[in-house]
Design a protein around this ligand. Sequence first.
Ligand code: PGA
Ligand code: ZN
Length: 441
Amino acid sequence: MKVDDVIVRRVWDSRGRPTVEVELRAGAAIGRAIAPSGASTGRGEAAERRDGGSRLGGFDVSDVLDHAGPLLRAALVGLDINDQAAIDRRLRELEPDKHHPMIGANVTIATSMAAAWAGASAVSRPLWRHLSDTLGGPARLPLPEIQILGGGAHADGRLDIQDLLVVAPGASSVVQALEWTAEVYLCAGALLQEGGRRGGVADEGGWWPRFDSNDDALALLTKAIERAGYEAPNQVAIALDIAASQLWDGARYQLRCDHVALDGPEMVTTLVGWCDRYPIVSVEDPLAEHDAAGVSAFTRAVTGRVQVVGDDLLVTDAALVRSIGDSVTTMLLKPNQAGTLTEAAAALAAARAAGLTVIASARSGESEDVTIAHIAVGWGTEGLKVGSITRGERTAKWNELLRIEEAVVASGGSFVGRAALRGTAAAPQADQWSTPRNGNE
Ligand code: PGA
Ligand code: ZN
């Protein structure tokens, strides 16, 4: 079936900003997707395009869409809707330099994802199964990584750590992992309430942070896991996203909550101290994106205990994964950092070739779009991170994952579970777990 129309539309995201929706039609098949948007973006990621100026804080996309709509139609109408690679190649021709946007990564990713939905619709397959067939490996259910406390750029810098999340390695299904996490979320809310510190939620739905120090927040989360009745880290454990590029002022890491400014080695020491004192099994972007050697030093210091995740460091870029992927254990996969699904799949293949585990991730600016849940399952990523278990743009994805779980289980698929954290305190026997092969190297 051939693409016969491309419709672009301005819709709204979870921060009340305009964003891009693209709809592709091919005969009776229709696919639609909405671009997400980051707040703590990596320097190397594919750049989105906005109108600028004063309207809507410069975030409008009306002009971007007026420009892109006719270009997309000219480039894509007539292509086979099931040839994702050809569609993504055309998008890359319209946007030859990811860092100097002509149409913007917000337009390319929404189009690429819409094409995948339309392709799935054309062959009457659910998207996760279609992605597994075309771009991924064996479908499996990822371990959810869910935010309990928001901080950093998502909470006006009130806490230095950007995300305090939990994972539930002891859970035997997505159903159970979400239920356990919801219990921890409720307990964290109650503890904040008791301390007179409950003040709404941050951008991704985690509790808004009111803490005197980063330790204070880590201690509260540890206590919430205990109060919910789980053994840490065996059943429920802490995962952090430091998003350290946001703390780096060009010379030092400014931990404003702790009233200290640290150099790289001091930052490593501080993070290792947190890993010693709290049941932490995963740390994302421990150091700034320019310091792969520092990240390596941290990874070595916590080997066998903690998974180290590259987000701003690797920006879902296959070439970066090949050159510095060995500084971490895990790649965060954000499709809009790559700009198209084909390029995100190439980064996934590079991560697999480097022996890394992978966590598929949404952005802090999101919508009801659920493509990321299908990507995680279809591509067999070990983890899925979409923010907290509150706010519709987050629950849309978790609830979709619950629906997908029913279908995956019915077709004999499995839940990654504890194996997602191989090589950590939550899954010490690393060698009993194997990494799936992908067919798209
Ligand atoms: P962002 O943050 O979507 O605002 O970039 C998410 C993350 O750092 O993982
Ligand atoms: Zn991150």
